[in-house]
Every structure is written in structure tokens, then in C-alpha cells.
Design a protein around this ligand. Structure first.
Ligand code: NAD
Length: 479
């Protein structure tokens, strides 16, 4: 996609003088390529192409027709799965196996799930009227042009959690990826073309915050679907509020793993290997607070030290690597600042807390276990976005729930216990969007989205489709 953007089914050269942004491999610190920092001219063209697509055949398409296009799109993404996995790994440092699962494969799963709903959810429902003799036809209409803005940590999986329901609803899309992970979006455009998606249904503009902001406030955009930081989410919510534009926001998290006194420690540590450290801790759902029954505290800390030391840090495209680097030098410095702050607040570092000695290049940071952490301290309250877990002792289940809920955020979480009923009861008391007993995952059928500062609205599930639909009531009197 270098020095061009994708609109109306074509790669179009950007306006003369458009600045470039360089994309850097965080494992090697070497440049991978450049992307244009698109501005008004490119965004106007992309939004215009989306509007034209809605006036054409796509705007009149049936759910079955859209579902067939989406199924072809899913297959085209799967055909490119390996290429996409490598392209994303090189840009964001995600280990290859995770990159495969969380990008093309996840994208295809979202497309297939919402293709199923496009086929089966009726476009209209007829209800008998209560105030007059006749019927009301409640029609589900597409919201229109959707701006999709995503971060770099799970770039394609997150993008398709928006693109798939938007396509199923009959919307057209302008995608703005994160500047750190934009080079792989050329493969998305190729897949859309191979699938025969009509020109203008999916458009892609690259760039940074200004590009995103222009797109959000564009009068031709009817809905904004955003995943990213809570700080940016607040700005976008205010802009959408001003324009009375529907918006969904998937934001930050500081989720808790509640480890009860009867937990199976081996199984708990097995689960937390992914849930507390995935993608070098750069995951919104991260269980970055481990709230453990005081009677199991020492055992938990010992297990976490062994777990943290078991990760193999290195080149993310090497299949032996289980943890890659942080996304930028600035992000690593931010993580280091949190660790310094934790020490100043009275916590101790049981393992990690430094850059790995054996890797000379790349923004790597050792998996870190901070112990004796106060739940009110900065480390326990703010999203670090790095491989740093805070271990906190709880006196009993009520204490654990109170600490889990004493947070600005509410996105994910887990409860670990060998007593299912007890774990179920504890899980129901945690104020969060999704929570799992002895496991956690994303499931296409489960609405995903945060409470409190973790977001607004839902993705996935039938509820995720409703976010792209306008309901219109048509009154049809009899006679
Ligand atoms: P970020 O908010 O800085 O950027 C995300 C995207 O928004 C990028 O494409 C960026 O260019 C764009 N952007 C930034 N400011 C904008 C603005 N004012 N207007 C329009 N666009 C703007 O976030 P990041 O650092 O790239 O990603 C990490 C954050 O994303 C973390 O807080 C993480 O928790 C969150 N996240 C949330 C979820 C979720 O589902 N809840 C999933 C993944 C990541």
C-alpha cells in the first residue's frame, strides 16, 4: 500500500506532498516500509466511494447475496493466512502462531459467523398494530458508511469484528488501521477483490491520529466503530456525541484473575500463561491483576515466577519464540516507568523488571511478576500494556470481588476454583463485560465489550449486528 490508498476497488496515488510514515520491525528496529499519512483528499475519496457503493448493487443486495460475498471473502483471507501472519508479526512483534490465529483465521471466523446471520435474520418483521387497524413492518436498514478504526495489537481480528457485522447489515466501510500495522492491509484489499466485493464496499486509508479524527468527524460517515485506548475513545465519543453519530468503543482494561483458595494451581497457571502475558502483555483482555487467596499466595507467586521465566523471547517469526518485543521504544519506556513506580509504591519484583540481556536489538522486556502490590496503587489501577502482572492477596471471596470491582475498567476476567457453583457465584459479582470460569476466550456468539471505562456497545454475537442497523417502522393500515 505504499504511497497509495484503496478506494472504489482501486489503489489510488495519494495527493502530491502527502507525508509518509515509516513502519518499523520492533524485533530488529529496522524499517519495513512506508505508508502515506492520508488526509482530507484521500478520506473524502474513500468516503465518497463507500457512499457510491451504497447507491449501487450493494445497497439493494439481499442477505443471501451479502452472505455469499462474505463467505468468499473468508476463503480469500484463509488462502492468505500464512502471508498475513508473517506480515503482522514483522510489524507488531506478535509470535507467529498467535498472529495466524488472531488475524486471517479470526477474520474468516467473524465473516463466516456474520454470513450465517445475514442469511437467517429476517430483514423485516411484521407486527399487528395496537393503535390502528393494520400492521407495522419493522425494517432493519443498514446504518450507512462505517468508519472502522483499529489498534496494532490484534489488527485484523479487531478490524473484522467490525467489518463482518457491517457487511452483513449492508453497510459500506472505510478502514483506518494503526500506522504501526498498515502494510498487511494490502492483503485485505486483495482478498476483498478476489471475493468479488463490489468496488467501494471496503476502502482503506492509512495514517495516524489526524487521519482518524478527520474520518470520525466526516459528515459522510454515519457510524464509528473504534478499538483503542480509553483516552482516544473519550475524544471520539465526544465528537460523535456532538454529531449525534452512533459509536461503538472497545477500550482499555485492567482485568482480574480471581484465584480462590480451592483453585487447581497447575490449571490456573496453564490458563494464565496466555491470559496474563499474551502478545507480551499488549492485550486488552489481559488478566494483569492476579487476586489470590492469601492461603495460596506463596504457591501462586512461585508458580508465576516459573511461568514468567519459561517464555522464549526472540524473533516473533521464529516458531520457537513464545514472546516478542513491545511495539515501540516509547512503549517499553512506559512499561519501565510503571515498574519503577511500583517499587516506589512498596511492591517488589519477584522476576523480570528489566530488558533481557541476551537480545541486543529490539524493544524486548522480560516477563515481570510484581508482588505485594496494593490494589489502589498505580500498577494495579492503570493499563500497563506490557508483560507485567500485579499479584495481590485477598482475605476471602468477598474481598477478592471488592478488589476486582475497585477499578475504572471492566473488560474481561477469570475465576479459578474447583467448585463450579462457588466460582459461578463469584464471577456473577464482578462488574465486567465477559468473565470465564477456569478459562476465557473470545467466542463469535458471545457479545464482547467493556463496562465502565472499557467501552460502549458490543461486538460479536447477534447483538454485534444490531450495532450496524437502523430500525424503521412502516405503518400499513388495512383496507
Ligand atoms: P490508540 O487509541 O492510540 O490508537 C488506536 C487507533 O486509533 C489507531 O489507529 C490510531 O491511529 C487511532 N486514533 C488515535 N487517536 C485517535 C483520535 N483522536 N481519533 C481517531 N483515531 C484515533 O491505541 P493503541 O495504543 O494503538 O492500542 C492500544 C489500546 O487499545 C489499549 O488501551 C488497549 O486496551 C486497547 N484495545 C482494546 C481492545 C478491546 O476490544 N477493548 C482490543 C485491543 C486493544
Amino acid at each position: 500500500m505504499s504511497q497509495s490508498f484503496y478506494a472504489g476497488g482501486a489503489h489510488i496515488a495519494v495527493a502530491p506532498g502527502t507525508p509518509s510514515l515509516s513502519v518499523v520491525n520492533p524485533a530488529t528496529e529496522r524499517p519495513l516500509g512506508t505508508i502515506p499519512d492520508c488526509a482530507a483528499a484521500e478520506i473524502d475519496t474513500a468516503v465518497g466511494a463507500a457512499q457510491s457503493a451504497l447507491l449501487g448493487a450493494w445497497g439493494r443486495s439481499s442477505g443471501d447475496e451479502r452472505a455469499s460475498a462474505m463467505e468468499r471473502f473468508a476463503n480469500a483471507m484463509l488462502e492468505r493466512s500464512n502471508e498475513i501472519a508473517v506480515a503482522v508479526s514483522q510489524q507488531n512483534g506478535m509470535p507467529l502462531a498467535l498472529s495466524a490465529a488472531a488475524n486471517a483465521i479470526s477474520a474468516a471466523a467473524s465473516l463466516q459467523y456474520y454470513a450465517g446471520l445475514a442469511r437467517t435474520v429476517p430483514p423485516a418483521e411484521v407486527r399487528p398494530a395496537l393503535s390502528f387497524a393494520g400492521n407495522i413492518v419493522v425494517r432493519r436498514q443498514p446504518l450507512g458508511v462505517v468508519a472502522t478504526i483499529v489498534p496494532w495489537n490484534y489488527p485484523q481480528g479487531l478490524a473484522f469484528m467490525k467489518i463482518a457485522p457491517a457487511l452483513a447489515a449492508g453497510c459500506a466501510i472505510v478502514l483506518k488501521p494503526s500506522p504501526e500495522t498498515s502494510l498487511d492491509t494490502g492483503l485485505i484489499a486483495d482478498a476483498a477483490e478476489e471475493a468479488g466485493l463490489p468496488p467501494g464496499v471496503l476502502n482503506i486509508v492509512t495514517g495516524g491520529r489526524e487521519t482518524g479524527s478527520y474520518l470520525v468527524t466526516h459528515p459522510g460517515v454515519h457510524k464509528v466503530a473504534f478499538t483503542g485506548s480509553t483516552a482516544a475513545g473519550r475524544v471520539i465519543a465526544a465528537q460523535c456525541g456532538q454529531a449525534l453519530k452512533p459509536v461503538t468503543l472497545e477500550l482499555g482494561g485492567k482485568s482480574a484473575a480471581l484465584v480462590l483458595d480451592d483453585a487447581d494451581m497447575e490449571a490456573t497457571l496453564g490458563g494464565l500463561g496466555f491470559l496474563s502475558f499474551a502478545n507480551a502483555g499488549q492485550s486488552c483482555f489481559l488478566n494483569s491483576r492476579i487476586i489470590v487467596a492469601r492461603s495460596r499466595y506463596e504457591e501462586m507467586v512461585d508458580g508465576l515466577i516459573t511461568l514468567a521465566r519459561s517464555f522464549v523471547l526472540g524473533d516473533p517469526t521464529d516458531e520457537a519464540t513464545t514472546m516478542g518485543p513491545l511495539i515501540t521504544a516509547a512503549q517499553r519506556e512506559r512499561v519501565e516507568g510503571y515498574v519503577r513506580g511500583a517499587l516506589a509504591d512498596g511492591a517488589s519484583i519477584a522476576t523480570g523488571g528489566r530488558r533481557p540481556q541476551h537480545l541486543e536489538r529490539g524493544w524486548f522486556y522480560e516477563p515481570t511478576v510484581a508482588i505485594d502490590v496494593d490494589n489502589r496503587s498505580t500498577l494495579a489501577q492503570e493499563e500497563v500494556f506490557g508483560p507485567v502482572v500485579a499479584v495481590i492477596a485477598a482475605d476471602n471471596d468477598d474481598d477478592a470481588v471488592a478488589m476486582a470491582n475497585d477499578s475504572e475498567f471492566g473488560l474481561g476476567g477469570t475465576v479459578w476454583s474447583t467448585d463450579r457453583d462457588r466460582a459461578d457465584s463469584v464471577a456473577r459479582q464482578v462488574k465486567t463485560g465477559t468473565i470465564g470460569v477456569n478459562m476465557w476466550t473470545l467466542d463469535p456468539a458471545a457479545p464482547f465489550g467493556g463496562h465502565k471505562a472499557s467501552g460502549l456497545g458490543k461486538e460479536l454475537g447477534p447483538e454485534g449486528l444490531d450495532e450496524y442497523v437502523n430500525l424503521t417502522s412502516l405503518f400499513l393500515p388495512t383496507g
